[in-house]
Design a binder for this molecule. Structure first.
Ligand SMILES: Nc1ncnc2c1ncn2[C@@H]1O[C@H](COP(=O)(O)OP(=O)(O)OP(=O)(O)O)[C@@H](O)[C@H]1O
Length: 263
C-alpha cells in the first residue's frame, strides 16, 4: 500500500515558548477529505502554519510526512513544490503583482525548466477556473488580494487551489465571510478537485460547509490535539449541541481554567 498523502505523528508545536499543539496526530490518504472542528484558540491555525513552515512556530517534537517524505526537513518553497497548499484564514494583500502574474509564476516555479505552462494554456486554464468560480475576469489583472472583499479573497484562494492543483490542501476557515451563494461556489471548486490524487484538510467552525463538501472524516480538536473523530454525523451533533458534551465525556476542563491554574 502506498504511503499516506499526509501523516502527522505526535506533533508538538510552541509559539514564543507556549506549547499550542500537544501530541497531534492525523493521517490523510489520497482521495480523502478530512474536516477539523474545534473551539477558538485550540490550535487549528497553528497546525496549518506549522505544516507550511511558518518560522514563528517551533516544532519541538513529532513528524510530518507527505508520501513518506519528511516535510519538516523541507524549506517552505520545497513544501509547496512537493504539493502542499494552504488557503489562509487571512490571505495577504500584495501590491504590484497581479493575480494572473502571481498564479503563472507559482505554477511555473513548481515545474522543471522547459516544462513551463505556455501563456495560451495558462490563459485557457485561468478562464475555465474563473468561470467555474463565477469570478469576473477583471480579478485576473487586479493586484493580489488588494482591496478584495473578505469573500472575494476566499474565492481567490480557491482559484489558486484549482490553478496549482496541489496534492494536499489545507483550507483554513475558507467559509468565513462567505455569503450563501459564494459558499456554494467555493464548495463547487473544492469538490471539482476531488480524486485519488488529491487529499484535503478543511478547518471550519460550521457544519454548513460540510453539507456542500462531504468529508470522509470529521475530527474534533481541543487543547492542541484531536480528541474525537467520526463521520458527518459528528459535525451535525457539534452544530446542534456545541462542545460541552465532548468536554464532559472526556473530562476536559475549560481551557481558561487551565490558563489561570498555570499562572
Ligand atoms: N504569536 C503568538 N504569540 C502568542 N500566542 C499565540 C500566537 N499565535 C497564536 N497564539 C495562541 O495560540 C493559540 C492557538 O491559536 P490558533 O490561531 O492556532 O487557534 P485556532 O484554533 O485556529 O482558533 P480560531 O478558531 O479562533 O481561529 C491561541 O491561544 C493563540 O492566542
Amino acid at each position: 500500500m502506498s504511503a499516506p498523502f499526509l501523516k502527522i505523528e505526535n506533533l508538538h508545536v510552541s509559539i514564543e515558548g507556549k506549547e499550542i499543539l500537544k501530541d497531534f496526530s492525523i493521517e490523510i490518504n489520497g482521495g480523502e477529505i478530512h474536516a477539523i472542528m474545534g473551539p477558538n484558540g485550540t490550535g487549528k491555525s497553528t497546525l496549518a502554519s506549522a505544516i507550511m513552515g511558518h518560522p514563528k512556530y517551533e516544532i519541538t517534537s513529532g513528524s510530518v510526512t507527505m508520501n513518506g517524505e519528511d516535510v519538516l526537513e523541507m524549506e517552505v518553497d520545497e513544501r509547496a513544490q512537493a504539493g502542499l497548499f494552504l488557503a489562509m484564514q487571512y490571505p495577504s494583500e500584495i501590491s504590484g503583482i497581479t493575480n494572473a502574474d502571481f498564479l503563472r509564476s507559482a505554477i511555473n516555479a513548481g515545474r522543471e525548466e522547459g516544462e513551463e505552462l505556455s501563456l495560451m494554456k495558462f490563459i485557457r486554464k485561468l478562464d475555465e477556473k474563473m468561470d467555474l468560480l463565477e469570478m469576473d475576469q477583471q480579478f485576473a489583472q487586479r493586484y493580489l488580494n488588494e482591496g478584495f472583499s473578505g469573500g472575494e479573497k476566499k474565492r481567490n484562494e480557491i482559484l489558486q487551489l484549482m490553478m496549482l492543483e496541489p496534492k494536499l490542501a489545507i483550507l483554513d476557515e475558507i467559509d468565513s465571510g462567505l455569503d450563501i451563494d459564494a459558499l456554494k461556489v467555493v464548495s463547487k471548486g473544492v469538490n471539482a478537485m476531488r480524486g485519488s490524487e488529491f487529499g484535503c484538510l478543511i478547518i471550519t467552525h460550521y457544519q454548513r460547509l460540510l453539507d456542500y463538501i462531504k468529508p470522509d472524516k470529521v475530527h474534533v480538536m481541543m487543547q492542541g490535539r484531536i480528541v474525537k473523530s467520526g463521520g458527518s454525523e459528528l459535525a451535525q451533533r457539534l452544530e446542534a449541541e456545541g462542545y460541552d458534551w465532548i468536554k464532559e465525556e472526556l473530562g476536559i476542563e475549560d481551557e481558561r481554567v487551565n490558563v489561570n491554574q498555570e499562572a
